[in-house]
Design a protein around this ligand. Structure first.
Ligand SMILES: C[S@@+](CC[C@H](N)C(=O)[O-])C[C@H]1O[C@@H](n2cnc3c(N)ncnc32)[C@H](O)[C@@H]1O
Length: 262
């Protein structure tokens, strides 16, 4: 039987999520294809593909495989079983979230994250959350197990690093597993924040520079921002509706490839 859905995800002592199989066995079916069986008495086939050809049997006991996009959707479904879950179409995550006008977010900052937004996206990326996380355009986000970057500091905004998202620190190259970004959506918005409207593509190029290969950028905006498909292809998009008379937003998810940054 081919097992689908989320397998045994276990958070290790090092904080990294891994699928743990005891004595998994890789059988090559051709020079470039493999099948992975779990030796748990059932002879169950759990994966097949072409990506892990170099992994030998000894290493298969602690084989680390990234979560698939479908598994990420399943994780959301498990966390929020009564809400419409994202789905896979054309090898991407697709979805539409009706988040509701919930005013429990105590932030007084104009444009603060709608309540529940972060919990929803975080549920899909537990593996990346256990690595280095960056919040760009962090605004009023409270301190946490992440680095907050914002250009401004005042009674609402207290970033860990105060800098322009268009020019992140040089030594951050290849550092982050996950970036959340919530930029101003327009020049009018930027005026509210007291800082000129950033050039989206410049910020996105900086994100590609500071992400590790396999790392994700989750960008909330009212548009699909321009991105380089070689370094930062789109892996998902989810529409975000708050309530009547609110702007409709789009969550775009990008995955950093191993290609060199331009
Ligand atoms: C939409 S708000 C983010 C709100 C945040 N999600 C929250 O929950 O509070 C955008 C933030 O981007 C910051 N910002 C604007 N231009 C910036 C830039 N070039 N670099 C870094 N931060 C910038 C603003 O100061 C503002 O706090």
């Amino acid at each position: 039987m081919v097992k689908t859905g989320v397998l045994d995800w276990v958070k290790g002592d090092d904080g990294v999520f891994r699928r743990q199989w005891t004595r998994a066995e890789i059988r090559k079916t051709s020079a470039r294809r493999y099948q992975l069986y779990v030796d748990n008495g059932t002879g169950e086939l759990v994966a097949r593909g072409s990506a892990v050809t170099s992994v030998d049997k000894a290493k298969s006991q602690s084989l680390v495989m990234p979560l698939t996009l479908a598994e990420r959707c399943d994780l959301y479904k498990q966390a929020f079983p009564t809400w419409v879950a994202p789905w896979i179409d054309h090898n991407r995550i697709n979805g539409m979230w009706m988040i509701g006008a919930d005013y429990r977010n105590k932030s007084k900052l104009y444009g603060a994250y709608p309540n529940g937004y972060l919990k929803r996206v975080e549920s899909m990326v537990p593996d990346l959350m256990s690595g280095n996380v960056l919040h760009l355009f962090a605004g009023s986000l409270p301190p946490g197990d992440y680095i907050r970057v914002d250009a401004m500091r005042d009674d609402q905004r207290d970033p860990d690093v105060q800098c322009d998202a268009q020019a992140l620190p040089a030594h951050w190259t290849g550092r982050f597993d996950l970036i959340f970004a919530d930029p101003p959506y327009s020049k009018e918005d930027a005026t509210e924040y007291g800082h000129p409207m950033p050039h989206r593509y410049t910020v996105i190029k900086e994100c590609a520079r500071v992400l590790k290969p396999g790392g994700w950028l989750i960008w909330l905006d009212t548009q699909w921002p321009m991105h380089a498909k070689v370094t930062l292809p789109l892996v998902g998009q989810i529409g975000l509706v708050r309530s009547t008379q609110h702007r409709v937003r789009l969550i775009s998810m990008f995955e950093r490839t191993a290609a060199a940054a331009p």
